[in-house]
Design a protein around this ligand. Sequence first.
Ligand code: NAP
Ligand code: NAG
Ligand code: NAG
Ligand code: NAG
Ligand code: NAG
Length: 291
Amino acid sequence: MAGIKLVLSSLLIGLCAHYFYSTETITPDMVKGKKVLVTGSSTGIGEQIAYKFAEMGAHVMVTARRAKQLQEVVNKCLQLGAGSAHYVVSDMGNLTSAKNVSEEAIKKLGGLDYLVLNHIGGGASFGSFKGDMEAVLSSNNVNFLSYVQLTATALKALLESQGSIVVMSSLSGRIGAPFSTSYCAAKFGLEGFYSSLRREFTLNKSNVSVTVAVLGYIDTENAVRKVGDKVTMSASPKEECAAEVVKAAVLRQPELFYPFWGIKPLVLLRDWAPTLIGKLLDNFFVLDNIH
Ligand SMILES: NC(=O)c1ccc[n+]([C@@H]2O[C@H](COP(=O)([O-])OP(=O)(O)OC[C@H]3O[C@@H](n4cnc5c(N)ncnc54)[C@H](OP(=O)(O)O)[C@@H]3O)[C@@H](O)[C@H]2O)c1
Ligand SMILES: *[C@@H]1O[C@H](CO)[C@@H](O)[C@H](O)[C@H]1NC(C)=O
Ligand SMILES: *[C@@H]1O[C@H](CO)[C@@H](O)[C@H](O)[C@H]1NC(C)=O
Ligand SMILES: *[C@@H]1O[C@H](CO)[C@@H](O)[C@H](O)[C@H]1NC(C)=O
Ligand SMILES: *[C@@H]1O[C@H](CO)[C@@H](O)[C@H](O)[C@H]1NC(C)=O
């Protein structure tokens, strides 16, 4: 009985918290003049996050591997009203280059308020694990270690500004999904690292917020190309996703679930009925199209 009461009351508290946060709003003056680095921002959700910050008058630094796309994103940020906009080219598979991104951002922007860790790469294809260690190592570098390197290099600036770290996770960072072993490993790693770091900040009263965004399937070009014919769930819009991420970051929320009703119930139930939740999620994969 006590157990059931505990579950029901935590459900209620969770829903109230969700309702409270979803009625809170942000205004441009909360962001104007802030210094923002967004990684993986040549396309996809990262590009949209850069535009959201730009619209509200932030100083924006974008980064990815492709200079031409980044130049276009910079131009659009300026049109939208960014205080300033710059880019730095980097391959996050190279930790020296990742370090350089945080250094360049702090140098160009004159400090840092928001470190938005969003890039995804490493080349692992969507499919069964066949023992390919190269794919695991490369994913670990691009999708996990570079996040930590960017954070390590930016830590001093973030402590000084009482800034924010935003980390893009996934349902696959909370529940193991098939056909994406390296991806799940990186996302679970990020969840561990940044939830631990968040506790340290709280305990030593550092006032640096850590927002982890737990996302479902989002309609970015790359995601749809990679898994569009392999999963049957419907994709949520990247623009709305980016707006929710920026709002959660500015409100210094510890976690964001987007789309909320698609993700949160699964995460809540996972510890109670892991086998059931696993089987439920298996239904979304088109096995004939997966190798
Ligand atoms: N879309 C979804 O369904 C979904 C679901 C859950 C979570 N998420 C998470 O949301 C975040 C954004 O996803 P997305 O779909 O927007 O990704 P995306 O469209 O594929 O964009 C990935 C970005 O990362 C950059 N990138 C790739 N490899 C890189 C490398 N080696 N070094 C530096 N930059 C690199 C890409 O630019 P270049 O190619 O120019 O380098 C691009 O700007 C990721 O963390 C992802 O895990 C997405
Ligand atoms: C760091 O980035 C700057 C700006 O793009 C570049 O000029 C410089 O060569 C980079 N340094 C390293 C060590 O990657
Ligand atoms: C990694 O990046 C650094 C600096 O950007 C560069 O000097 C070095 O050659 C790169 N290493 C590899 C293996 O590409
Ligand atoms: C923590 O930082 C935020 C943003 O910089 C600020 O609004 C807030 O007042 C700070 N809180 C404390 C307790 O210093
Ligand atoms: C708080 O923790 C951060 C991150 O670990 C560290 O850099 C900082 O020095 C600590 N501050 C204090 C006052 O202990």
